[in-house]
Design a protein around this ligand. Structure first.
Ligand SMILES: [Zn+2]
Length: 153
């Protein structure tokens, strides 16, 4: 069995946190960061939010001290990629709703992205959007069928 990696510790400097984090309870007792081991929510891999990474996240990027990691690095970048793709769908949708609402490929792709995103982010559910896409896909499928019937005559 491989030996567990040594737990790293690094001095914390709460004065460098974001203003909001400095007002938190943690600011009065956080003297050091220690590696936090966790299991990726998506792929179940063991991952580490290292002490050094914590220092960078809270003191340089000024993220909230309450921020926790739930995804490993690979899944995290995949989830960012998904978010960007979804954002692109929204932009396209806003630009050309009329033609896209009957575009089966676009609608299915968007729906698939939303469903996939849920496997990365436990708290983000866009049920309204998914329902709309499913409804539009049903309408598209129905109109295709109707065309088939018409062609038959
Ligand atoms: Zn993962």
């Amino acid at each position: 069995m491989p030996a567990r990696p040594l737990i790293n510790k690094i001095k914390a400097d709460p004065k460098k946190w974001s203003e909001k984090s400095q007002c938190s309870v943690a600011a009065s007792f956080k003297f050091e960061y220690t590696d936090i081991q966790y299991r990726c929510w998506h792929c179940q891999t063991e991952a580490v939010f290292s002490a050094l990474d914590q220092k960078h996240t809270f003191e340089i990027k000024k993220a909230s001290i309450n921020q926790r990691r739930i995804l490993c690095e690979t899944c995290w970048s995949q989830s960012l990629h998904l978010a960007a793709e979804l954002n692109e769908c929204v932009v396209k949708w806003d630009e050309s709703k009329c033609s896209l609402k009957i575009d089966e490929i676009f609608l299915s792709y968007w729906l698939q992205l939303l469903v996939e995103q849920e496997t990365y982010v436990p708290y983000r559910r866009d049920s309204a959007r998914k329902n709309m896409l499913r409804k539009l896909l049903r309408i598209v499928a129905l109109s295709i069928k109707t065309d088939d019937v018409k062609d038959g005559f």
